[in-house]
Each structure stands twice: as structure tokens, then as C-alpha cells.
Design a protein around this ligand. Structure first.
Ligand code: SF4
Length: 193
């Protein structure tokens, strides 16, 4: 994607980490904190706002939620098309983003170069894979997260009284996919979710 003419101008917010961006930077305005993102969003007209967030940064998640809530409430930004890019799906974070009006979420691969225009094209094409409800539908409602450090969480199964630690293929191929609908613990939980 080299041309920006078809894409307009984007506000790209990156925090708490800054990613190397791939592709043309023409037409991009970069903000590196929630405050500067909000300032830019209400000071200029953008065709879209793209927020790159580092999912493991547990302590910064509230700032992301607050930013998305403010963008959704402010009359100068609420009608601007917005998309949040995360490193992986996290049920708790996605639920909160949905509650504050986020509609589109991109899940980027760990070592994938960040290309704002590529995400933007898909988002503007109303790609249903980017819809936040599509992401949430993949995740078992019994997923339970317990922070154990600034960037790590213990993931357990709420349907098994949080006594089963989740990881590996079960987490990846069952709990975080539609296959969870067939999981024995999902179908017969030991306690209510
Ligand atoms: S083990 Fe089954 S019930 Fe538990 S979180 Fe995974 S998919 Fe859900």
C-alpha cells in the first residue's frame, strides 16, 4: 500500500510500546500516548483512528479503555471510524473494549510488521473478521485470567473451579476457538461461570 489518496489520513496511536510501521507513512499522524492521541483526535479531522496496543501490558489496559471511552463520547471523535490492534485475543480486555464502543479489532501476529493501511483497508471494507463480536465469539466464557506479573497472567478454567491451568494446545485450539462449544467442561461446568 503506497498510495494514501484512497485511504485519506489516519491518526495512529501506539502505546505503551512503539512499533515499527511498514508501508508509507504519508497521511499518518503518529501519537505515542493516550493523551496525545486524544488531543490529536479532537484537534484535526481524520478519516480514521487506529490504536496499536500491546496486549500483555496489564497495567496499561485501563488507559486503553479510558481512551476508547473518551473517543466514543467526544462529539469531535465519536463519528470517526476506529480500530484497535492487539497482539492476541483476551476475553476480559475485549469485553471492556466492546462496552466502551469499540467495533473493530485487528489481531496481529507476534512478529508481523505493523501496516496501518492494510488494517485500514480491511476495516473500511467492514471485514466481519475484524468485528469485536466475532473475536468474542471465539473465546470461551469460562476463561479466567489472574495477573501474576506486569505482563503475565495465569489462565484457568472457570468451569473447573479455576483448578485447571490452561495453556498449550488446549488453550490455543479449544478455549480460544469455536471448538470451546464442544468442550466437556463448557458443556458440564462444575460451577456457574
Ligand atoms: S477448558 Fe473448556 S470450559 Fe474451560 S475455558 Fe477451556 S474451553 Fe472453556
Amino acid at each position: 500500500m503506497g498510495s494514501t489518496a484512497a485511504n485519506g489520513n489516519l491518526l495512529v496511536c501506539q502505546f505503551p510500546q512503539t512499533l515499527a510501521l511498514e508501508g508509507s507513512t504519508n497521511g499518518l499522524t503518529i501519537a505515542r500516548s493516550p493523551v496525545s492521541c486524544m488531543d490529536a483526535a479532537v484537534s484535526n479531522a481524520y478519516e480514521g483512528i487506529l490504536i496499536y496496543f500491546s496486549t500483555p501490558q496489564i497495567g496499561a489496559r485501563d488507559s486503553l479503555i479510558d481512551l476508547c471511552a473518551d473517543l466514543n463520547k467526544n462529539p469531535l471523535s465519536r463519528h470517526t471510524h476506529r480500530c484497535v490492534s492487539l497482539e492476541y485475543r483476551h476475553r476480559g480486555l475485549l469485553t471492556k473494549l466492546s462496552e466502551v464502543g469499540v467495533t473493530y479489532v485487528d489481531i496481529r501476529l507476534p512478529n508481523e510488521a505493523a501496516n496501518p493501511w492494510r488494517i485500514w483497508e480491511r476495516s473500511m471494507a467492514w471485514d466481519t473478521i475484524l468485528r469485536i463480536e466475532s473475536h468474542l465469539s471465539q473465546l470461551c466464557p469460562f476463561l479466567h485470567y489472574e495477573p501474576i506479573s506486569e505482563t503475565n497472567e495465569l489462565i484457568t478454567c472457570g468451569a473447573y473451579r479455576n483448578r485447571m491451568v490452561l495453556g498449550g494446545t488446549r488453550l490455543r485450539d479449544v478455549c480460544q476457538t469455536e471448538t470451546h462449544l464442544h468442550c466437556e467442561y463448557y458443556l458440564n461446568p462444575l460451577i456457574a461461570k
